[in-house]
Design a protein around this ligand. Sequence first.
Ligand code: TRP
Length: 468
Amino acid sequence: MSTTSSGNAEGVMEANAEKRGHWSSRLAFILAATGSAVGLGNIWKFPYITGENGGGAFVMVYLVCIAAIGIPIMMAEVMIGRRGGHSPVNSLRAIAERDSLSKAWPLVGAVGVLAAFLILSFYSVIGGWAVSYVGTAATGQLAGKDADAIGAIFSGLVSDPGTLLLWHTVFMALVMVVVARGVSAGLEKAVSILMPALFVLLLITVGYAMTSGHFGDAVAFLFEPDFSKLTTKGVLIALGHAFFTLSLGMAVMMAYGSYLPKGISIAKTSITVSIIDAVVALLAGLAIFPVVFANGLEPGAGPGLIFQTLPFAFGQMPMGSFFGTLFFILLIFAAWTSGISLLEPLVEWLEEQKGMNRTVSTLGAGIACWALGIASILSLNLWSDVHPLGMFTMFEGKTIFDLLDFLTANILLPLGGLLVAVFTGWFMSRQALENELNLPTSGFNLWYNTIRFLTPVAVAIVFIYNLV
Ligand code: TRP
């Protein structure tokens, strides 16, 4: 984007939007955005943080955060992307120039690019766990094992840096191959088959969980709020997870929105994507917690939770090796489509800003991220006693892996979301917002007031409360 005069920018934006192509349909956008949103966050992270934070009350706060904060911010991000018509940093720049706003706004995009890079470094390590479990399930190692034996398989994996490195490398390579080729038709097609398949498999595991005799306990744990178990830190985690699971706060939805044709309802699509995402997370909870309660496992077991419960369930069910293998393959795909959306912003930025070609920028970004991932791997075993910022109470006892997770999900993403809300609610022209969203007046006012007041205030309060 070379133009600096604001009068010219609109025309250039439109010409550029023509040139960049569009999603082939509303469904295509929904699939791609869902592919980014539905990932390890839903199936791996949601159940274990729910377990650690006491269940029902946490789930309720999480759902409120999705509805009241996540959906309005997703709409804002998609809208900035469509209006700007560029990669996130330059979309923000284009809009800021057009409306004569501060030149600092594109920095919001830059924070996003950094957050994505940090997330992918540990995300890929967990993606590697899923890759490893495909082999474990396929070779029948889960069949008929008791919970202790299943737990031993997991501890064996995380205590072995060499094996972790191997699968982390495989996962990162998968992500890099797609990103290097450009995220296009292939991704759209893959997501349209794999996401429904994952959904069906999740239903099958929920079906199995119903037979465990403890389904009722799980439903009670997830949906009967006990607010005495909720801490303020839990509220921050629920808020951060709402951003994480919807891929918000770091410009991914802006990037995807830039390909959304005019005339498609931003509100409807954002709501659809968010509902699918929340339903997948709740299904994962309903698949996992009955197994936890039926076998006297610990709901607060931490990041290993799904790798100790689902394998057990597969080990018991008829044709479990088959379903288990299939499940972990689909989990890889869910993680893969999210991983792609995490690497894409940095690669796009290197291309646009540094003039590198796509292959070189993918290699550079991917390898740097892979290298950082090694620190997360080591923090699971050899460096498990290393707590880099342990002198601050907030970070007490956190390993490198924990720190990266905490810093991104609970600080950078909400911060990014807060800035997006302030940018759209207080700086963009109201006329532009009305045109883009094209909602009935009452709907527009609801969104506009939420993004101007509720969202920034809620995020700020949760933040400040946790810092002091
Ligand atoms: N939403 C994905 C998940 O739940 C992770 C993810 C992909 C993400 N892209 C993102 C998180 C962008 C934050 C920002 O697994």
